[in-house]
Design a protein around this ligand. Structure first.
Ligand SMILES: [Zn+2]
Length: 286
C-alpha cells in the first residue's frame, strides 16, 4: 500500500515535470563579463550624447521600477554580479528598445505609448534583459572574424542613431552593428523570449503580455515593418511558444501598477510628438 502511494507520487512528479519551464543555459563566451561592461558603458555614454533623453520624472520612475523588479528576478545561476543595469527613456517615436552588453537599456517613448499595461512594457524589457544576462551581444560579436573591441562602439552608435541601418552617421564604418550586436539570431531570440517570460513571472508580471506586446509591435510597424522585429526576428511561432512557456509558470504576486501606468501614458500623450530617429540623425548632421 505504502509503495503504491510512493509510486503514485513519483508518477505525479514525472507528470508535472513534463510541463516544467524551459531551462536556459548560458553559453561559452570568449569575452569576459568585464568586457561586456566596458563595451556597453562606452556605447551608452555616446548614445546619451546623441539621442534625446525624455527626462520625465514619473515616466523614468515607472520604467526604473519595472527594470529593477526584473533584474531582481534573474535566477542566481544566471546572475552577472559585474553588470550594471540602467534604464533610459529616449524621446523617439519608433516602437523600439535596445539593450547593450553589461546592462544599459534604452526604451523609446514610442514603445511606452504603444503599450497598454506595464506588463507589456515589462515584456519588452524582460526580453531585452534576457539578451544582456545571456550575453548575446558579445556572443554575436565574437562570431565576427576581425573583431576589434575599440572599433565596435562606433558601429553601435552609428547603427542606432543612423536611422536606416546607420547609413547617415556611421558612414565609413565597415560593419553595421546590426550584424553582430543588436540584431540577434533566431536561436537567441527564442532564448530571450523564454527566459524573458520566466523573469516576468518571477517579478510578478503576466508573461502572456509579452506575446501580446509583440503582436502590437507587428501590427503597428507599418509597411516597412518595425525596426524592433528586424533586430529581434520571430524565431518561428513566437506567440504560441511564449504562451506555452507562460502556461508552465506561476506568476509571483501582482506587479502591475494599473492607474500609475495609465497616468504616465496620459502624460506622454500630452507632450509634443517625439521626433523619429532619422529626424534626430539629420539634425545632427547640420
Ligand atoms: Zn531579441
Amino acid at each position: 500500500m505504502r509503495r503504491s502511494v510512493a509510486s503514485a507520487i513519483a508518477a505525479l512528479l514525472v507528470a508535472t515535470s513534463v510541463s516544467a519551464q524551459t531551462r536556459i543555459e548560458p553559453r561559452r563566451n570568449s569575452f569576459k563579463p568585464s568586457q561586456d561592461v566596458q563595451l556597453g558603458r562606452q556605447a551608452a555614454a555616446e548614445i546619451r550624447r546623441q539621442l534625446p533623453q525624455l527626462n520625465d520624472g514619473p515616466t523614468d520612475a515607472l520604467v526604473e521600477r519595472i527594470g529593477r523588479r526584473l533584474v531582481a528576478a534573474v535566477p542566481a545561476r544566471l546572475a552577472q554580479p559585474a553588470f550594471r543595469y540602467s534604464f533610459d527613456v529616449v524621446n523617439l517615436r519608433e516602437i523600439n528598445a535596445f539593450a547593450l552588453p553589461g546592462g544599459p537599456m534604452f526604451l523609446h517613448r514610442g514603445m511606452l505609448q504603444a503599450a497598454r499595461t506595464d506588463d507589456e512594457v515589462a515584456g519588452v524589457m524582460a526580453h531585452e534583459l534576457s539578451h544582456v544576462v545571456l550575453r548575446h551581444g558579445t556572443l554575436q560579436a565574437a562570431k565576427a572574424q576581425k573583431f576589434q573591441l575599440g572599433a565596435l562602439a562606433g558601429q553601435v552608435i552609428g547603427s542606432i542613431v543612423g536611422g536606416t541601418k546607420g547609413a547617415i552617421i556611421a558612414e565609413g564604418s565597415q560593419i553595421g552593428l546590426a550584424t553582430y550586436f543588436l540584431k540577434y539570431s533566431r536561436e537567441y531570440e527564442s532564448e530571450a523570449d523564454l527566459l524573458g517570460a520566466q523573469l516576468m513571472a518571477r517579478a510578478g508580471y503576466d508573461p502572456r503580455q509579452m506575446a501580446r506586446m509583440f503582436r502590437t509591435i507587428q501590427q503597428q510597424g507599418g509597411n516597412r515593418g518595425p525596426e524592433f522585429l528586424s533586430d529581434h526576428p520571430d524565431p518561428g511561432n513566437r506567440h504560441d511558444a511564449i504562451m506555452r512557456e507562460a502556461s508552465s509558470l506561476r506568476i509571483a504576486g501582482v506587479a502591475n501598477t494599473g492607474p500609475a501606468f495609465a497616468s504616465v501614458r496620459a502624460r506622454l500623450a500630452q507632450m509634443p510628438p517625439a521626433p523619429t530617429t532619422q529626424q534626430v540623425a539629420r539634425a545632427q548632421q547640420r
